[in-house]
Write a new protein. Structure first.
Length: 60
């Protein structure tokens, strides 16, 4: 039996916020790379992976 995923309005709004956060983090990641600020680059990379994990959990 296949479990159907239901995307509620709350989940859709939350996912939209996560997507916005990812887009902002991506821009900051590029900036930190260009400035050779590798400490910030690594923080942002971890943050992006965390947000992606939250998205995965929300979609399950």
């Amino acid at each position: 039996m296949v479990k159907e995923a239901i995307l509620t309005e709350e989940k859709a709004i939350y996912l939209g916020q996560l997507i916005d956060s990812l887009q902002e983090a991506e821009l900051r990641l590029e900036e930190s790379y260009e400035k050779k600020d590798y400490a910030m680059f690594n923080k942002l990379k971890k943050y992006i992976l965390d947000v992606q994990g939250r998205m995965d959990q929300t979609l399950k």
